[in-house]
Design a protein around this ligand. Structure first.
Ligand SMILES: [Zn+2]
Length: 65
């Protein structure tokens, strides 16, 4: 499995490293080419559990900056 290196960013709320989440193409069944994997978004388990709305707002600003 190949993951594109993503530079490590810290969570703006708790200063712990953000965990990149990847998406992959669904295998088509007929073609057996390699599934494409790409960076989707950052996750932070602690903040998503403790303050999901605040985390969503912070990440929106994070991506727009
Ligand atoms: Zn966090």
């Amino acid at each position: 499995m190949t993951h594109e290196p993503v530079h490590e960013d810290l969570c703006p709320l708790c200063r712990r490293p953000l965990r990149p989440e990847y998406r992959r193409t669904q295998p088509s069944g007929q073609q057996d080419g390699p599934a494409r994997v790409w960076f989707y978004r950052y996750r932070c388990n602690g903040c998503e559990a403790a303050r999901p709305q605040q985390f969503a707002d912070v990440m929106r600003a994070f991506y727009e900056s």
